[in-house]
Ligand binder design. Structure first.
Ligand SMILES: Nc1ncnc2c1ncn2[C@@H]1O[C@H](COP(=O)(O)OP(=O)(O)OP(=O)(O)O)[C@@H](O)[C@H]1O
Length: 280
């Protein structure tokens, strides 16, 4: 378990040119201001601020224990911050639960995907919000099959059949089904936890294409937690680097590079070591 300590950020967090571009971009969908999250003696988030514009893809990078998942859980209403403010589409909001966040159009796809492997594709898309015949407690499978096929076609996800068992699908197809389920729930803001983890090149390409299509054609705003720098720079519009509970760098993906990010990580680490030696 890491205990983050305060260090001086390695670089100005948002370069002025990027701030100007962000301000000129579409409406702000999500904003977090000065979020702190404390677990007993551990400060998992130490004053994190972030924003997400309409139709933007933000990649959050950072080593293990940087605070990425904690931030994600706060943004989805899974857990409250210890302090700090959240704004959804410009309105200050206290997310009371994941269901509350959902009503505001915020959906999350966690790494475990939370799919029911023994159920069909369409049952998974309608899990916990099944279509019933009016006035009866009977599943309307026909309507669910039809709606699932329509939703998958709309976002360009191809599966052998909506009746296929989810457990029989590939990792990429399963990730796509989990994303489709979130999108069917009318997501305007989609948070993806390591969407390309443990995927081969072809599978990853399928998900990258889906993410870019959702952004382009559905104007969905997407936050992705990522580990792979190069992949993130390829997909995201903007990247945010987290280290020890803080945002240490933020920029347009096109304005930075893997070597630059590595140098920032190294510099911040040296800073942290020097600080630790001083306080020892
Ligand atoms: N429920 C909790 N109780 C105590 N400490 C926690 C809890 N959740 C997270 N932490 C601590 O907060 C810090 C940040 O953890 P977090 O999981 O957010 O990091 P992360 O960047 O997502 O890491 P990883 O990439 O390994 O998932 C770590 O030191 C972690 O041990």
């Amino acid at each position: 378990m890491t205990t983050p300590i305060a260090t001086t950020p390695a670089a100005p967090v948002i370069p002025p040119a990027e701030r100007a571009r962000m301000e000129a971009a579409g409406p702000e969908m999500l904003r977090a201001e000065n979020i702190v999250k404390v677990f007993g003696p551990i400060t998992a988030l130490d004053g994190v601020s972030m924003s997400l514009r309409r139709g933007e893809v933000l990649g959050i990078l950072g080593d293990n224990g940087a605070g990425k998942s904690t931030l994600m859980k706060i943004l989805t209403g899974y857990q409250p911050p210890s302090s700090g403010r959240l704004f959804v589409e410009g309105v200050e909001t206290r997310l009371r639960s994941v269901d509350h966040a959902r009503t505001l159009g915020i959906e999350c796809v966690y790494q475990d995907l939370a799919l029911a492997n023994s159920l069909s594709v369409y049952h998974n898309i309608f899990l916990n919000r099944e279509i019933l015949y009016p006035g009866l407690h009977v599943l309307n499978n026909r309507a669910m099959r039809r709606e699932a096929a329509r939703c998958l076609e709309e976002i360009g996800v191809y599966v052998p059949s909506v009746e296929a068992e989810v457990g029989s699908l590939s990792g990429g197809q399963r990730q796509a089904i989990a994303i489709a389920r979130a999108v069917y729930g009318k997501a305007r803001i989609l948070l993806l936890d390591e969407p390309l983890a443990a995927m081969g090149a072809r599978e990853a390409a399928l998900i990258v294409e889906l993410i870019l299509r959702l952004k382009r054609e559905n104007a969905i705003s997407i936050v992705m937690i990522m580990h792979n720098y190069a992949q993130t720079l390829d997909i995201a519009d903007r990247i945010m680097l987290m280290q020890r509970g803080r945002v240490t760098y933020e920029n347009a993906a096109s304005a930075t590079s893997v070597p630059e990010l590595m140098a920032i990580v190294r510099r911040e680490y040296q800073h942290f070591q020097a600080h630790r030696q001083e306080s020892a």
